[in-house]
Design a protein around this ligand. Sequence first.
Ligand SMILES: Cc1ncc(C[n+]2csc(CCOP(=O)(O)OP(=O)(O)O)c2C)c(N)n1
Length: 280
Amino acid sequence: MEKAEILGLKRTAKELRKAIIDIVYKAQSGHPGGSLSEIDMLVALYFSRLNVDPKDPKGKGRDKFVLSKGHASPGLYAVLAEKGFFPKKELDGFRKIGSMLQGHPELATPGIEYAGGSLGQGICFAVGLALAGKLDKSKAKVVVMIGDGEAQEGAVWEASMAAHFHKLDNLIAILDKNQVQETGRTEEVMAIDPAAEKWKAFGWNVAEINGHDMGQVVDALGRAWSMQNGKPTMIVSNTVKGKGVSFMELNHKFHGKAPNEEEYKKAIAEIEAIDVEKFG
Ligand SMILES: Cc1ncc(C[n+]2csc(CCOP(=O)(O)OP(=O)(O)O)c2C)c(N)n1
């Protein structure tokens, strides 16, 4: 991909970081930390890779993205709105009664493929989608994102074993390894490392990247897309929970907490000051 295109993706990610803070601030509820860590990857997926059409969200042969860590919906909603799946003004209704944008994604919302929330289940669902794709001889990809805290769920490993057994090379998983879960550092709560070696032992192709370096993200997705060796691919995406807002970074208190007015202003100012050329 051209340098200018990568820069464009970085600029979009910067704008959507602001949108995440805005969404959660207006609702005074939601999960900023895991949304800020995933956003570079989501922008690269939706604006450089996924074959999806906002005018035909249920189109035949489309790629499917499953946000298994469904609580990080502000990041996904910001990307879907930017892509044109629904008007941006819907973002103001986040977590409000009657809104199409609930705290955890719902299937009635355009662009949503999986009603996530109960951790560990999205990757199981994605394995089913990928298996169905193989039976249909579809060329489409299934991409699933899980959290590092989520990877403590036993079902993740059962799904990983099944994906290898069924030779699902149409399945790409992304581990948003942002180092922090709800109650503290994943390493201290229950370490999942060595994560890359674990998925290798489960028979997956594994790539490990800096998930905030747009060049690395785009490269890893390109390689994952071209894999046709009968194995699923895991991208271990090393990220920082709360990335881009100093007082949210690696701070589990902002896992599921909205900023107050002062914090909101500070967060927006910090994001506006991001130099996209140096970010990552
Ligand atoms: C089965 C299940 N148990 C507990 C929860 C509550 N919960 C929501 S988010 C979260 C922490 C997830 O951590 P991680 O996967 O690292 O997410 P991220 O840091 O990316 O936000 C927990 C325990 C849940 N949603 N589902």
